[in-house]
Design a protein around this ligand. Structure first.
Ligand code: AMP
Ligand code: AMP
Length: 361
């Protein structure tokens, strides 16, 4: 486990006048880099050869470091290079998708914006649930064993990437049948099924509000809202039910993009209170709580109840819909504010106030 004193020592040696924002070249990197450039910070991108074109077409990166694999981020040579460039890393979905929590917590000796201690709370579904429940949020019920299934459930694999391998079941029998089929198709493994997480399927529409928790201002800001565009589930409605039954489609949830959402205004107060409550609980669980961006993954039902089924305590790719601006960022900041820029602004303010150590771990 990397202690905050270790990071503190590294930060002490940084040239604060040449601070750089660094991240892996994918997910929300353009958002993060554009924001950093607009705030006058340097940018460092750890990137795969095949993705370089993105940074040629959108010149938002000062320093491109080409790697074969994102796990190279764990190498001491690369980390030394990042430290020599005064890099503050901004974690996003690719960090947790390609590196383990253990690796992020123990082997990444580069200052990272955010609270590393919260990673542990987030990584495990049970502790995450406890966090959200204790914050007073409404959660879908969960089932210990497939044999307990008495309503429509969604079966989730541990550490699934973008909902890949998820499936629905309405009974124990249906669950085992579907599981066998999924294994047969190679979509999941036997082990996935043994450690599967069974959650009540909440019928409603998805809303993903993105917040920014500013430790400097003791405030939680609502900055963007989106929903996902998922294949094949968003395609199934295009064919009639009779054909759906005939070809036996499994509704999979692989993300291909996002849509912006403007929420019915009477739902906003609850969405705002939920963000505040989640951060407040995090302050107790792992002080100083959430640092920077986070997102609640919710379903809203026909009686306007908001169910939260997950939290991401970092920037989500859904905030990319707000690059430039979004109604929620506009309401607070006027033109030209978005998650990547808000991150850079916080880094700049922290540096000015000599508070960098409070938002970096
Ligand atoms: P990638 O960098 O595209 O390989 O994605 C890394 C992780 O972030 C994967 O778990 C993806 O499913 C997730 N992810 C990437 N893009 C999006 C998106 N637009 N919306 C939601 N999740 C995403
Ligand atoms: P995730 O990868 O956990 O964000 O979820 C992938 C997809 O499953 C998203 O489209 C969610 O809307 C859907 N989903 C996850 N949990 C639930 C739930 N409890 N009820 C309804 N839909 C869900």
């Amino acid at each position: 486990m990397i202690e905050s004193q270790d990071i503190q020592k590294i930060l002490d040696k940084y040239d604060k006048t040449k601070l750089a924002v660094g991240t892996l070249g994918s997910h929300s990197s353009l958002n993060i880099f554009k924001g950093a450039k607009e705030e006058g910070l340097r940018t460092v991108c750890i990137c795969k050869e095949k993705d370089v074109i993105m940074y040629q077409k959108y010149p938002v990166v000062d320093e491109l470091i080409i790697v074969k694999d994102f796990t190279e981020l764990l190498s001491e040579t690369l980390q030394e290079r990042l430290r020599s460039l005064n890099v503050i890393l901004i974690p996003h979905g690719s960090f947790t998708a390609y590196l383990s929590t253990e690796q992020l917590v123990s082997s990444l000796k580069v200052p990272m914006m955010g609270n590393r201690k919260l990673l542990q709370w987030e990584a495990n579904r049970k502790s995450q649930e406890e966090w959200l429940r204790q914050a007073g949020l409404r959660l879908p019920s969960t089932f210990e064993s497939p044999d307990d299934i008495d309503r429509l459930v969604i079966a989730k694999m541990q550490g699934a990437k973008g909902g890949r391998g998820y499936f629905l079941a309405n009974s124990a029998k249906g669950f085992y049948q579907r599981a066998d089929k999924m294994i047969e198709k190679g979509l999941v493994t036997k082990q996935d099924i043994e450690t599967v997480h069974l959650q009540e399927y909440v019928l409603g529409v998805n809303v993903y509000p993105s917040y920014f928790s500013s430790i400097l201002n003791s405030d939680v800001e609502l900055l963007a809202m989106d929903r996902r565009y998922e294949t094949a589930v968003d395609a199934i409605g295009k064919i009639p039910a009779t054909e759906q039954i005939e070809i036996d489609i499994a509704p999979t949830y692989t993300v291909v993009g996002n849509f912006p959402i403007v929420l019915r205004e009477s739902l906003l107060p609850d969405i705002m209170r939920m963000g505040e409550a989640v951060h407040k609980k995090a302050v107790q669980l792992a002080p100083p709580g959430i640092i920077g961006p986070f997102c609640l993954e919710t379903v809203i039902t026909e009686d306007l109840k908001i169910y939260t089924f997950e939290i991401s305590a970092r920037i989500v790719a859904g905030t990319n819909v707000g690059i430039g601006t979004s109604p929620y960022a506009y309401l607070r900041y006027g033109e030209n504010m978005y998650m990547g820029k808000r991150i850079a602004l916080e880094l700049k303010n922290a540096t000015k106030q000599k508070q960098l150590q409070t938002i970096v771990a």
